[in-house]
Design a protein around this ligand. Structure first.
Ligand SMILES: *Cc1c(COP(=O)(O)O)cnc(C)c1O
Length: 803
């Protein structure tokens, strides 16, 4: 739909008049944001309605992406871009003396996720709509998103992120689509005309109310729905005068996002959340199937519905769909199981055993007695079926209920027709190591789907200058069809283009330098190497290795050994209960203070740890990065996606051969990436033989010794105990993240960075190759593979509406 500047100005003025009784020149940025989002909502509303009508008319198969996290960031610019309005609106606002970026800054960042997993879910939403598939998100409307991070004396403090304090302008409360979800109590099976039917006694009933957000597809895409559920007191109970504490007990259910993606706590509440959004989502799917599509024959459900389980948090969907089919719709068990298998598919996101979800059977029985019965029956039939076909050991290793615990990954695998890993290496490790037994049982269910990123956001929105350069060189088609980005390689020897790449990077670095100055009061030189590591703080991601490199550089500079100017930039939140990760933050912050204020260093090295890493901050940092640190312990990072965002913005990757780094190396070629470190076989050998003895390395390598000693010898002020904790960990026998094993090789990789930095021309060439080949990680390609191989979707035909 086209929009002219004048039309837009009129619409905006009108909204400001109506909403605020004001003229444009009186309105604050926050008011302008509200008015502008109103104009945008009016813009996509007809298309959103039209998509839903077409879906129903065409009986379109839809995928429902179940995820306990969604991390969309902000939506204003995305919606403008996808409507095709971004340039017009920016120009029209500029005519009015207004700045889109300032207005957009008033939007709260929607951080309903911890990191990569939630960001992937949000990227998939955007991509499904943009590629023309009908896909809906299903999740939780947390009142408080992921905590807001502050540093106080170098320590992380967690503050509530009250993102709904000002109304969210994108969501629509859909009260008529509310459903009830039951917890606790007792269940008894009674014979009702020959059908064993559950009768419930006691327990809590919670009302799940959906809030829908439109997901606008890019240009001629469709407009899909992200449905997030809120917990409320059911209307019947409103009549019995619930106390404030009754009310709070129920509303607390959707109050906070568990601030960790690899350890679980507050376990009971977490379990409640998982069942809550799974049950609500499936009920609304079946309601739609029965009422809107007029279907009673549930054997046809897989022709209309695919449910995707993003990691194991929604794996109870398998048992819940069985419950709904068998108990509510009286489908016999075998038929219901056949339907469930065809409907469900599952993505595994980790190989780390501590991150594999397990629930105590006692807890599950108390909270969800009927679900526990159903899981027990699934497990019983699984074991009975395999009995005699495979060894008892295999059955014992793979069954769902073991040692008084329900293995959620096993439930997810046994109840899904597709199980995918998120990068080639990760899938290979699932098949050959972690889920080997299952792979032998069900080889056809396993497949790889390497993660992808929303290039629209990371290039068109975050880096408009680079996007313009692509337009001017290869034409605009890349914006719709990312394959075209490969044509950028034709400019490999074009000095003007290479200079433009460097100039754009410098401009972005200047902007980030200003932001750093505002936020932290620290000056950084935009001509220095901007060396970036942004991601959750975790031992396996090894911010520790970067810290050791910083200490090495510091010691060199103090000793008069020169290095090119460098600014190391971190962004990372630690889970509040993750003691070691918080110690790392403290040590990095104290190291930063020490180095940034040392007159001997004189600005040759700066360390900047920006607070509160989220999508909005990522959009500022990533376009300004020269170096991308992807230095996880090999085998531990399932895929990584910041590696892809950074390459798309022309950063040079320093990488272990882990996760999707391997595929990046394959795409750009070995001359355009710097790799180092243990390979997977070396890692597994150490694990198998218990033969990693870092103290021996430390004793025999004086450079390593001197660097590690800086943590404990009082070099870094104010963090003695934390420094000690880090050093002890690095030196402990069979330390599982191999920090010191990779230290020497990492220093070499960084020397290579310094060598390459000297030649700006060849650096720009590497940048150019990275930008061109980031097309491989366009999330639209990932989504096409899910749609073809797993969900079996067709594209929706939507009549265009133009008003
Ligand atoms: C992309 C992204 C991540 C994931 O980063 P990894 O390096 O893949 O762990 C985490 N948080 C935010 C805000 C992101 O944008």
């Amino acid at each position: 739909m086209q929009l002219t500047k004048d039309e837009f100005k009129k619409k905006l003025k009108n909204k400001v008049n109506i909403y605020f009784e004001e003229e444009l020149d009186e309105a604050s940025n926050s008011e302008l944001y509200t008015a502008l989002s109103g104009v945008v909502r009016d813009g996509y509303a007809p298309q959103w309605r039209r998509t839903r009508i077409s879906e129903a008319d065409q009986g379109q198969k839809q995928v429902y992406y179940f995820s306990i996290e969604f991390l969309p960031g902000t939506l204003l610019k995305t919606n403008l871009l996808n409507l095709g309005w971004l340039d017009t609106v920016r120009a029209a606002l500029s005519d009015l003396g207004l700045d889109l970026d300032k207005i957009a800054a008033a939007e709260p960042d929607m951080a309903l996720g911890n990191g990569g997993l939630g960001r992937l879910a949000a990227a998939f939403m955007d991509s499904l709509a943009s590629t023309g598939y009908t896909g809906n998100g299903n999740g939780i409307r947390y009142k408080y998103g992921l905590f807001k991070q502050k540093f106080v004396n170098g320590y992380q403090k967690e503050l509530p992120n009250d993102w709904l304090k000002k109304d969210d302008h994108w969501e629509v409360r859909r009260e008529s689509k509310s459903v009830l979800v039951r917890f606790g109590g007792k269940v008894r099976m009674v014979d009702d005309n020959g059908w064993m039917t559950p009768q419930y006694e006691g327990g809590d009933v919670v009302r799940a109310v959906p809030y829908d957000t439109a997901i606008v597809g890019y240009r001629d895409g469709v407009t899909n729905t992200l449905r997030l559920w809120d917990a409320e007191i059911p209307p019947e109970e409103e009549l019995s005068y619930p106390t404030i504490s009754d009310r709070r007990r129920i509303e607390d259910l959707t109050s906070i996002l568990y601030p960790d993606d690899s350890n679980y706590e507050g376990r009971l509440l977490r379990l409640k959340q998982e069942y809550f959004f799974v049950s609500a989502g499936l009920q609304s799917i079946l309601d739609y199937y029965v009422k809107k599509l007029g279907n009673k024959d549930f054997t046809k459900l897989p022709d209309y519905v695919a449910v995707h389980i993003n990691d194991t948090h929604p794996a109870m969907a398998i048992a819940e769909l069985m419950r709904l089919l068998v108990d509510e719709h009286r489908v016999d068990w075998e038929t219901a199981w056949d339907i469930t298998l065809k409907v469900m598919s599952y993505t595994n996101h980790t190989i780390m055993s501590e991150a594999m979800e397990k629930w105590d059977t006692n807890m599950l029985s108390q909270l969800l007695p009927r679900i526990m019965q159903i899981i027990t029956e699934i497990d019983r039939r699984y074991c009975a079926y395999l009995n005699g076909q495979v060894s008892n050991d295999v059955i014992e290793r793979t069954r769902i209920i073991k040692n008084g615990q329900v293995q959620m990954a096993h439930l997810a695998i046994i109840g899904s027709h597709s199980i995918n890993g998120v990068a080639a290496l990760h899938t290979q490790l699932l098949e050959t190591k972690v889920l080997k037994d299952f792979y032998n049982l069900y080889p056809d269910r396993f497949n790889n789907k390497t993660n992808g990123i929303t290039l629209r956001r990371w290039l068109q929105i975050a880096n408009p200058e680079l996007s313009d350069l692509l337009d001017q060189t290869i034409g605009k088609d890349w914006r719709k069809n990312s394959d075209k980005m490969l044509n950028f390689e034709k400019y490999y020897n074009d000095t003007l283009v290479l200079e433009r790449i460097n100039q754009i990077k410098l401009d972005n670095k200047k902007k980030l330098a200003e932001f750093i100055k505002e936020q932290m009061g620290v000056e950084v030189d935009p001509n220095a190497i901007f060396d970036v590591q942004v991601k959750r703080l975790h031992e396996y991601k090894r911010q520790t290795l970067k810290l050791l490199h910083i200490l090495k550089l510091y010691q060199d500079l103090k000793a008069g050994i020169d290095h090119p100017k460098r600014v190391v930039i971190f962004g990372a939140k630690a889970a509040p209960s993750y003691v070691f990760a918080k110690q790392v933050i403290k040590v990095i912050n104290e190291t930063a203070n020490m180095i940034n204020s040392d007159p001997d260093i004189n600005g040759k090295l700066k360390v900047i740890f920006l607070e509160n890493y989220d999508v909005s901050l990522a959009e500022k940092i990533i376009p300004a990065a020269d170096v991308s640190e992807q230095i996880s312990t090999t085998t531990k990072e399932a895929s990584g996606t910041s590696n892809m965002k950074l390459m798309a913005n022309g950063a040079l990757t320093v990488a272990t051969m882990d996760g999707a780094n391997i595929e990046i190396a394959d795409a750009v070629g070995e001359d355009n990436i710097i790799t180092f470190g243990l390979n997977k076989d070396q890692v597994y050998k150490y694990y198998a033989e218990h033969s990693y003895h870092p103290r021996e390395m430390y004793e025999s390598d004086p450079v390593m010794k001197k660097t590690v000693d800086a943590l404990t010898d009082g070099t870094i002020p104010n963090c003695f105990s934390e420094g000690q904790a880090l050093a002890n960990k690095f030196l402990s026998d069979n330390e599982q993240f191999f920090v010191l094993a990779d230290f020497a090789d990492y220093l070499k990789a960084q020397e290579k960075v310094e060598q390459e930095w000297k030649d700006k021309h060849s650096w720009a060439q590497m940048s150019l190759v990275n930008i061109a080949h980031s097309e491989r990680f366009d999330v639209d390609k990932t989504i096409e593979r899910y749609a073809q191989d797993i969900w079996h979707l067709k594209k929706l035909k939507v009549e265009k509406v133009d008003h």
